[in-house]
Write a protein that binds this ligand. Structure first.
Ligand SMILES: C[S@@+](CC[C@H](N)C(=O)[O-])C[C@H]1O[C@@H](n2cnc3c(N)ncnc32)[C@H](O)[C@@H]1O
Length: 214
């Protein structure tokens, strides 16, 4: 791993993700979390101070040991049980059992996870029936001209941003992994051409009979 990926990228990720602009999105997503929570791509732990009393435990998974070390420093909040696990969302650590999680949280990580379809199947597997996945992402614009730029910028952008794709259609990915969308709010963020979506997704209570898994 190069110096950029090891030393600079984690700090840049923490810095850019700490922007105040993102806080209201985080609050909306984290506000509905309850019970045993799995946060995939937890990064530097910027959501940890936002979890409320309805949350019993947060299990945070990330591939980056550098970002997990920063998240470790954010775990000091009294009363919140946090377990940080180094691992990939595509193959969740074996101690996260089938149907053992009440809420899956993802904030701006579905854009970066290399095999996002596999990661969503894993999230579906560990959610209990009637559990929910709540997330905020930037994704593919419905406007053809913006989507054209997103497609053409992504190959370069991925290389300097830790694998981030500008053009993923997150809602389609979720449906393909067997989720039913119960609420979806989309729009352009202030000052950005990137298409942001803030969505909440509830696992289909009939998930066992939903065949739409990749
Ligand atoms: C843009 S950052 C977002 C971090 C955090 N969720 C936040 O809101 O600040 C994307 C995160 O996804 C993580 N990530 C990338 N690929 C991953 C994978 N395969 N499994 C788990 N995490 C991954 C990165 O290490 C990084 O922490």
């Amino acid at each position: 791993m190069g110096i950029y990926a090891r030393y600079l990228l984690p700090r840049l990720t923490d810095l850019t993700m700490s922007r105040k602009l993102l806080l209201p999105y985080r609050q909306r997503v984290i506000g509905g979390a309850a019970g045993r929570v799995l946060e995939i791509g937890i990064g530097s732990g910027l959501n940890l101070p936002l979890y409320g009393d309805a949350v019993e435990e947060v299990i945070g998974v990330d591939v980056s040991p550098e970002l997990l070390a920063m998240a470790e420093r954010a775990t000091k909040r009294r009363g919140l049980r946090v377990r940080l696990l180094e691992g990939s969302a595509e193959h969740l650590p074996s101690n996260v059992a089938n149907g053992s999680v009440d809420t899956v949280i993802v904030t701006w990580a579905l854009c970066s996870i290399p095999d996002v379809a596999a990661a969503l199947v894993e999230a579906h597997r560990v959610l209990r029936p009637n559990g929910s996945l709540r997330f905020v992402e930037h994704g593919r614009s419905p406007d053809a001209s913006v989507a054209w730029w997103q497609d053409h910028l992504t190959p370069l952008w991925r290389r300097c941003s830790g694998g981030c794709h500008l053009n993923r259609k997150t809602d389609d990915l979720l449906r393909s992994a067997g989720f039913t969308l119960t609420h979806l709010a989309t729009g352009y963020a202030r000052g950005h051409v990137l298409w942001r979506s803030c969505m909440r997704d509830r696992r289909n209570p009939m998930a066992d009979v939903v065949p739409a898994r990749p």
